[in-house]
Each structure stands twice: as C-alpha cells, then as structure tokens.
Design a protein around this ligand. Sequence first.
Ligand code: T3D
Length: 271
Amino acid sequence: MATTPRTDDQTLAVDISPAGVMTITLNRPDKLNAVNDALSYALIDALKTARKDPAVRAILLTGAGRGFCAGQDLESRSIGAEKGEIPHLGQSIRNRYMPIITLLRTIEKPVVGAVNGVAAGAGASMAFACDVRIAAESASFIQAFIKVGLIPDSGACFMLPRLVGLGRAMELMMSGRKVKADEALQMGLVNQVVPDDELMTTALALATDYAQGPTKAFGLLKRATNRAMDCDLETYLAYEADVQEIAGRTADFAEGVAAFVQKRPANFTGA
Ligand code: T3D
C-alpha cells in the first residue's frame, strides 16, 4: 500500500497512481515554481518517500502552471541582502539542493521529468537530474546562474556536459541564453517534445510503462550508469558483473525468462 509523504504546505502536490507512479508537482505557479525553503524540504520528503515505498515504482516530476521551475527563489535572497545578511549559499546547497539532486540520481526507480515550461537555474538542474525528459513545445531551459553572478549549481556542471557535450554545455552556461524545446531536442537535452496539451498524458504513459517494468533492474541500471560515469572500463566491468549478479537473483529476471520461453508478455512485479 502506498504511503503519502509528509508535506505540511501547498508548495508541492503529490499523487500516487494505482500503477505505482508518484507524480510530484512543484506548486508555486505564480513564481514559476521558484524553490523556497518550504518547497525544497517538501520535495526532499516526497523523494525519500518515493525511495522507500515499494508501492512507488516510478516517479514523474513536473510543475504547475506555465513554468517547470525558475530555480532558487531570489526574493528570499533579496530580503536577506536588504538586511545586510551574509548569504551562505554553500550551506543552502548542502542542505537543500544536494539532497534533491542526489535523490533524483540515486533513487533506484525510473524518474521522468515532464518539463511543462521554463526550467531555469536549479530548476533546469532538477530536469537534468531526471532519467528521461519529455518537454512541452513551450518548454525552455536557461542556465540563469551566470546572470546573477553564480556558477551553475545543483549538479549542472556535472550533468550538462554529460548530456550535450562539453563545448555546448560551456556555451549554454556562459551565455545564460534560453534554449527552446526544439533546440533542446536537437542537442539531446530532452528525449521528446510534444504539444503542450499532450505533455502529461505522454509523460504519465511513459512513467506507467516503467512502473510496470522490472523495477529492481531499473534501479540497478541507474546504479551501474552512475558508476560508469566516473571510472575506467576495467573497474566498471568488474562492477557491472557484481550488479548483474544481483539482477540475476530477482523474481523479475525469472519471470522475464519464463515469459520469453512461453512466448507471452512478462508480468513484472518489481520483486
Ligand atoms: O541561493 C542559493 O541557495 C543558491 C542556489 C542557486 C540556484 C539558482 O537557481 S540561481 C538562479 C535563480 N533563478 C533565476 O535567476 C531565474 C530568475 N527568473 C527569470 O529569469 C525569469 O523569471 C524567467 C526567464 C525564468 C521567466 O521569465 P518570464 O518573463 O516568463 O516570467 P517573469 O515575469 O520573470 O516571472 C513570473 C513571476 O515569477 C514573477 O513574479 P511577479 O512579478 O509576477 O510577482 C517573477 O518575479 C517570479 N519569479 C521568476 N523566477 C523567480 C521568481 N521569483 C523568485 N525567484 C525566482 N527565481
């Protein structure tokens, strides 16, 4: 049975479908879902629930209204500056963005990003940390950090070059220019672009497909891919053998093989 994450405000909406898709909707539409403290902690809470609840077998991350997420809430930073407070951005990142990005990248379940509008700053980073991105035609990506005198954070310097190559990533990060959905598709930043009114049905259908798949294998392939990003081939191949050993002991592997031999669709349970 699915558990509902503890969210004590309205900055996040969470729904778990019967198929096991947890849809997390960033919910500050008037501010393009800019990340304030409440939203960040609610998101961490929801992702931790998604990680531990076996009834959740895939995650869908999207935004309410016309934005996906405009990154850090700059109004809260401006209030601090007016009071003469020294900003401790390292602490802010360690406490809020590090857990969010780490959870998105390491939850051993598929994470689909449904990018419904502008994704700027740390909002773009959250989209990059999803496993797969489906973008609405009106979506866009902005490495907004440089415009406010910051370095790309929340994993952008790590993920963006891996997604689009170093040269393109540097240009995007140094210019802070807007990348529209069609260009994002062309450079491999998103997997698919769909008309705005088809975004959620398309993304939910994909997440539902994943939720009905061999959940442990999805998790293990995320583990293996994360490892592959920072080691040499020899190390990776040894790691891969260990991970495949685990996959080979799952009920879903036995079911997959049985279904193949019996020429029928597999009924994966995530076990
Ligand atoms: O601080 C730390 O912890 C360190 C971490 C930093 C991570 C970061 O993310 S730094 C980068 C922060 N984000 C940005 O710099 C983006 C700022 N926003 C924009 O540049 C623009 O809003 C957009 C290009 C994203 C969209 O432009 P547009 O014209 O479509 O919309 P808009 O009119 O600018 O915004 C609509 C409303 O959302 C508006 O509020 P209002 O005036 O109607 O009450 C605007 O102020 C608000 N909004 C948009 N982004 C933010 C925001 N409010 C607070 N913080 C925002 N980031």
